[in-house]
Design a protein around this ligand. Structure first.
Ligand SMILES: Cc1ncc(COP(=O)(O)O)c(CN[C@@H]2CONC2=O)c1O
Length: 274
């Protein structure tokens, strides 16, 4: 089943999204991806809080309250008997004759679906290779909007260079991955870009900070360059789908000696949480 507003419908039915839906024409909308483990959502409240903030930041009404949205998402997971995978949901500003300014009386459109997806265990174990690209995105990357072309181009560059992720660089500073947050470890301390308008404040990033605090590992929000990355003892990314994934190579530079003790400790604690 999928969800369109307050209707649960079979996916193979004649479902349609209007050609003048602003999400389709302008990317005028917001989204969330939530992980489901053994049928239970992980940090859904945090995702819904961020969803509400994203809507507020683009001056968009949400069609349902947090409680109502939570219920619909949970019902969808149960209907589809999703055990391990993700639930994707988004709201667009709705359908209206194409004009850039906000339409007078368009109704926001909520859609959601679930997808079985195994955890990338090999990547957790062995780590991944990433490449660096220029961060060409707009200046409100803190909003989880449907405007993902910059992210798409970055990810495509990674795939064309046999890498799993592209780490974006803005003014000689490492911001984040195309769909992940990025960290380096030096002398037992974790460094990551401050949660400002230049990155998305990842839910998994919040969990990484909580785990670091629990383990007494300094979690330092600080600007750093690619040169700092090359000198790092360890590097890793985090996201709802990548969880905590070690980074063992950046461009042609090997980082440390493969997944290090800090990222392993964070992974171990994360595993306990789920
Ligand atoms: C640009 C960007 N930064 C950071 C993150 C990490 O945020 P979370 O920890 O909250 O997931 C994401 C996740 N993007 C989602 C996660 O999976 N696929 C996505 O598009 C992202 O797209």
């Amino acid at each position: 089943m999928i969800l369109i507003n307050d209707q649960f419908i079979k996916r193979n039915q004649d479902t349609h999204i209007d050609i003048e839906d602003r999400g389709y024409q302008f990317g005028d909308g917001i989204y969330e991806v939530v992980r489901v483990y053994q049928g239970k959502t992980f940090r859904l409240d945090d995702h819904l809080d961020r969803f509400e903030r994203s809507a507020k930041e683009i001056f968009m009404e949400l069609p349902f309250s947090k409680t109502e949205t939570k219920l619909k998402i949970t019902q969808l997971i149960e209907m589809n008997n999703l055990q391990d995978g993700i639930v994707y949901f988004q709201v667009t500003r709705g359908v209206a004759p194409r004009t850039h300014a906000f339409p007078q009386n368009a109704k926001p459109v909520l859609t959601a679906y679930t997808k079985k997806s195994p955890r990338p265990i090999d990547q957790f174990k062995n780590g991944i290779k990433v490449v660096t690209v220029e961060d060409i995105r707009w200046l409100r990357c803190d909003i989880k909007s449907l405007n993902l072309l910059g992210n798409v181009l970055a990810k495509q560059y990674a795939h064309e260079h046999q890498a799993e992720e592209a780490i974006q660089i803005r003014d000689n500073t490492v911001t984040e991955g195309s769909s992940s947050n990025f960290y380096i470890v030096e002398n037992g301390k974790i460094y990551t870009h401050p949660a400002d308008h230049f990155i998305l404040r990842g839910i998994t990033r919040i969990v990484v900070e909580e785990i670091a605090n629990k383990l007494g590992i300094p979690f330092i929000e600080k600007l750093f360059s690619v040169k700092d990355v090359y000198r790092a003892d360890e590097a890793f990314i985090s996201s709802t789908t990548a969880e905590i994934t070690p980074v063992i190579q950046v461009n042609d530079k090997v980082i440390g000696n493969g997944p290090g003790p800090i990222v392993r400790a964070i992974q171990e604690e994360f595993q306990k949480l789920i």
